[in-house]
Design a protein around this ligand. Structure first.
Ligand code: GCV
Length: 681
């Protein structure tokens, strides 16, 4: 049974847990976890206790002790440095956040490399228990591959969420912090249970009252929120407005090289850190979609980021600087400009120019979280600059949490992309701690999909995207299938329903992609809203995202004979993308302008492939609805009905996409579907 509020931390009687009952009755926690010791370790012990209550219905007793007893039966929680001597754990040093779980001889030992590691170890053990995977002899060591695992909120202080599809903000209402403390703690628990360690709490578009978050009027509230997340090993970032020195400070400019501006930020940082001494730092969207930035003063982005880095550096803070910088005042008539080039053109020349405490945040693709776009050429190319990959969990372009679209399916694809820059150059192989001279991706940041809806994500099955993000950010080598199964069992129990729900999840992304914009062409979506089709909605706009379909051809030539975007990739990838024969077909219209009679690998024309995928996508959406209906008797009525109504809305959306896209191309070309299916004229 599923109580949707609890997400993947459901209450249920686990068979494995029942078998272990006597052992789980007593927890011995090491000295460091004593109240007054590390807050995160104390929380880890508390989470163990709560978890056992959730899975078994009783609270074990906790004994804090100076030193654990090797001989006794029970649960031993602590850090490796203390427990390894007593339990002769392998002395191998793990990355921060790592842990070992060992269960044998009536002893369960969970040893964290550090306090967050203990917390993650506890959550992993509880997940294994809930999945009935704990057995005598169990021994697991794990550590996060990515040091930085961040959630970005696009919440505004008026309580709205930019691109939010699950109700109002968890944090704000009417210009103030206004939240249910218990709910924030529950949220922090969910995030920590999948390894999240950083959170930015306000929209990167810092407007209105959000500009005041860095003033004393709000800093006390920020500190109070930080205190809730701190216990779960999660540190806060604040999004800041680069123009603050003039908008707040009344200085004549926000020029990063002006001494009064640098001094203003230093003073401001000192004030902020007085309230929140462990603030992780600032997140900055500059020179992007109307936000101010260093270009206003003819300065570089390194000038801007480094000035802020110097302000937060003395306090241990970091600057996360977004690379989503492009001209959004484009003239559609001008074919020489290509928005896809922008991030690389702006930032690649600055590789090595950023301070050590600056991290660049780079959207996974050159455009904007499209259903299918290539991995940006910046990954694999940067070698002297710290950086992370930005993903979007909130379903801005992937169905607004009305349509089911299981994102880890696509993220797995991203992780497998080979940048072809040196050995071991797949994205998943590049993820790891940064050390100068390597192009390591230090981790991930993702725009979150939660709001005040009781089930957090609007569509209950969209919880899998939040869970999946945490798991992939922890270890980018995990597969979408593994994650879907894990999530389904944790959320719906070990019965047969979970396997069937996982199967539905795994079909959802390909279905969505098929009825959406074809073959990587992008932006055939309703302008502004970004739900549902509007095929020429962006064609004559200023946003730089065109497909230029006419009666004969569609797509943008991004090869050297076109905009030259392909040349930003490594030589091997540049050659692969530049030739339609070797370009992956799911991206072929991103890189090429092709005639509708272009023969695809399956022997059919491009046009016929467009028709086929759109008919298939609709059929697959219809099949998901039927599969869901077949689960009726296995699920809680409320969850069943709520998800059912989303699938029905999804089918209506898929029908619009199918028919509008097919009709559009039929009208352009006058060529009918060779299989004679209905295309409206
Ligand atoms: C927060 C896209 C979205 C905007 C978003 C922007 C960004 O353009 O549509 O809502 O703004 O990306 O990532 O900054």
């Amino acid at each position: 049974m599923n109580n949707e509020y609890n997400c993947w931390l459901q209450e249920r009687k686990s068979q494995a847990a029942i078998a272990l009952l006597p052992l789980l009755n007593t927890i011995f926690a090491e000295e460091g976890a004593l109240p007054g010791g590390g807050e995160v370790a104390v929380q880890a012990v508390e989470e163990f206790r709560r978890g056992i209550k959730r899975l078994l219905g009783f609270s074990p007793s906790v004994h804090f002790s100076q030193s654990a007893q090797a001989g006794g039966c029970g649960v031993f929680l602590g850090t490796v440095s203390r427990l390894e001597k007593i339990f002769s754990l392998s002395g191998q040093k793990q990355a921060a956040g790592g842990f070992t779980i060992r269960f044998r001889d009536k002893q369960l030992v969970i040893a964290g490399q550090d306090e967050p590691g203990l917390l993650y170890g506890v959550f992993r053990f509880l997940a294994l228990l809930a999945m009935d995977l704990v057995h005598d002899g169990l021994e697991i060591s794990d550590a996060p591959v990515s040091p930085l695992r961040m959630i970005n909120h696009w919440d505004n202080l008026d309580g709205t969420i930019e691109r939010g599809y699950a109700g109002p903000s968890l944090f704000y209402r009417n210009g103030r912090f206004d939240y249910d403390r218990q709910r924030i703690e529950d949220y922090a628990r969910l995030l920590a249970s999948v390894g999240i360690n950083r959170i930015s709490i306000n929209n990167v578009n810092v407007r209105d009252e959000a500009k005041l978050l860095i003033t004393e009027e709000y800093l006390g509230d920020v500190a109070a929120l930080a205190a809730v997340f701190r216990r779960f090993g999660i540190k806060l970032f604040l999004s800041i407005n680069f123009g603050a020195p003039w908008s707040l400070g009344k200085l004549p400019s926000a020029d990063p090289l002006a001494p009064d501006v640098a001094a203003w930020w230093k003073e401001r940082a000192a004030l902020i850190y007085k309230y929140i001494p462990d603030l992780a730092g600032f997140l900055v969207k500059a020179d992007s979609e109307g936000e101010p930035g260093p270009f206003l003063y003819n300065r570089t982005h390194a000038d801007g980021a480094n000035m802020l880095a110097q302000a937060v550096g003395p306090h241990g803070g970091e600057i996360i600087w977004r690379c989503f910088v492009y001209n959004c005042q484009q003239d559609w008539r001008d074919h020489s400009f290509d928005r896809a080039r922008a991030a690389y053109d702006h930032f690649m020349p600055l590789d090595g120019a950023f301070n050590d405490n600056v991290i660049l945040q780079i959207k996974f693709g050159p455009y904007d979280f499209q259903v299918r776009e290539p991995v940006t050429p910046l990954f694999g190319s940067f070698s002297k600059t710290r950086h992370v990959m930005e993903l979007q969990i909130t379903q801005e372009y992937t169905g607004h949490q009305i349509d089911l679209c299981y994102l880890p399916w696509f993220w797995e694809d991203l992780m497998c992309f080979d940048t072809a820059q040196g050995p071991a150059s797949r994205i998943s192989e590049l993820v790891g701690p940064y050390s100068g001279g390597h192009s390591f991706i230090e981790g991930f940041a993702a725009v979150v999909n939660v709001g005040l809806d009781r089930n957090w994500t609007g569509h209950t099955l969209a919880q899998a995207n939040l869970y999946g993000y945490g798991r992939i950010a922890w270890n980018p080598n995990l597969t979408a299938t593994e994650i879907a199964r894990e999530w389904s069992v944790l959320s719906f129990g070990t019965g047969p329903a979970a396997e069937r729900i996982a199967a539905i999840l795994l079909k959802s992304y390909p279905a969505y992609e098929k009825y959406n914009a074809p073959f990587g062409v992008c932006f055939m979506v309703t302008p502004g809203l970004h739900y549902g089709p509007n095929i020429e909605g962006y064609e004559y706009s200023r946003w730089g995202t065109y497909h230029r379909a006419d009666a004969k051809a569609i797509g943008i030539d991004r090869t050297p004979s076109g905009t030259g975007y392909t040349s930003q990739y490594s030589a091997k990838n540049a050659a692969m993308f530049a030739d339609p024969a070797s370009c992956p077909e799911n991206l072929i219209l991103f890189f090429h302008r092709l005639r509708y009679d272009y023969k695809m690998k399956n022997g059919e024309t491009l046009l016929q492939n467009i028709y086929d995928t759109h008919f298939e996508g609709y059929e697959e959406a219809a099949a998901m609805l039927e599969q869901w209906k077949s689960l009726k008797d296995s699920l809680e009525e409320e969850v069943y009905q709520a998800v059912l109504s989303r699938f029905e809305r999804q089918l209506a959306n898929a029908r619009e996409w199918r028919d509008q896209i097919n009709t559009y191309f039929f009208r352009k070309t006058g060529i009918a579907d060779k299989r004679g299916r209905k295309i409206y004229d």
